[in-house]
Design a protein around this ligand. Structure first.
Ligand code: SF4
Length: 77
């Protein structure tokens, strides 16, 4: 099973909220800072397709996604 790590490069986020509109379970727009953040505890793997779409459609490419295999699985080759 793969896992995801998602980062928002806040210095690049322009705060339009496309990602939050696309997948509010993962992305939340902070109206105070006008930046998007990751919802704490969001089940990233359940929304992998939406996250990938949000990353590809982000106008400033501020969303970085890294997928990696579980440690246990990786250690077996
Ligand atoms: S789509 Fe990109 S620029 Fe727009 S709010 Fe989300 S992370 Fe920020």
């Amino acid at each position: 099973m793969s896992q995801l790590t998602v980062q928002i490069l806040s210095g690049m986020c322009c705060g339009f909220g496309n990602c939050a509109a696309l997948c509010p379970q993962v992305f939340a727009l902070d109206y105070d800072s006008n930046r998007t953040r990751i919802v704490p505890g969001a089940p990233l793997a359940d929304y992998a397709a939406e996250i990938a779409q949000a990353a590809s459609e982000c106008p400033t490419q501020a969303i970085h996604v890294v997928a990696f295999e579980d440690q246990a699985r990786a250690s077996h080759g």
